[in-house]
Write a protein that binds this ligand. Structure first.
Ligand code: CA
Length: 224
């Protein structure tokens, strides 16, 4: 899962980014509202952690703007003490959850997992994602099939997760590059091809009947 943290308190933003990365999330940080909005509008995130009081553009305006643009990405608002009115207003404006500062990282992780569950099909009991006969485990970065289990690299995990969460649509190479490497990266379409071939081998290794089908000139889609 890819998470955007929009937070102007640099130390807090860095701490959040660190803890989220340690928990196998991919994280981008924006330290002001303008870059936060730009990033959010890219629609490559699975969850946005959004501070309310921000320089340039405030969090509520960012939230309203992305909802008006039709983005349904789950948003967790971070509220400071005394911003109760903002919190209520934020939920009215389309936030999915809020956390009052100071909060524990455990609490934030639990909220993020809950939103991930709501969005995808991450099972109730743990951080796993199922498709056909395969199970993807987020905390151990493993892929399990009918008989075997195999470790995935973080990029392999992210790619397979992306395909599962977008199982009904063809994922283009461009979307996959943005999702896994971000906009500014030098990654090219052959990177995607390489990871797709790794994943195909691993799916075979776990004796899964799930396949990654190539839709020529368009991209990839999972089939059971
Ligand atoms: Ca702030």
């Amino acid at each position: 899962m890819r998470i955007l943290v929009v937070e102007d308190e640099v130390h807090l933003a860095e701490a959040l980014s660190h803890i989220l990365k340690k928990n196998n999330y991919t994280v981008d940080v924006s330290n002001d509202g303008e870059s936060g909005l730009d990033n959010a509008l890219s629609d490559i995130y699975d969850v946005i952690v959004l501070d309310i009081m921000l320089p340039k553009i405030d969090g509520i305006t960012i939230l309203k703007t992305i909802r008006r643009e039709g983005l349904d990405v789950p948003v967790i608002l971070l509220t400071a003490k005394g911003e109760i009115a903002d919190k209520v207003h934020g939920l009215d404006c389309g936030a999915d959850d809020y956390l009052a500062k100071p909060f524990s990282t455990e609490e934030l992780l639990a909220r993020i997992r809950a939103l991930g569950r709501r969005r995808g099909e991450i099972s109730e009991s743990s951080s796993t994602l199922k498709f056909g006969d395969i199970t993807l485990n987020m905390s151990s970065l493993t892929l399990s099939g009918n008989t075997n289990e195999i470790n995935l690299t973080l990029k392999e995990y992210e790619l397979l997760e992306y395909l599962i969460l977008h199982k009904n649509i063809v994922a283009s190479k461009e979307q996959i590059i943005e999702k896994l490497w971000g906009f500014d990266s030098e990654a090219e379409s052959n990177h995607v091809e390489v990871y797709i071939s790794f994943l195909r081998k691993k799916l075979k290794f776990v004796h899964s009947s799930v396949t990654i089908n190539t839709v020529r000139g368009v991209g990839y889609i999972l089939k059971e």
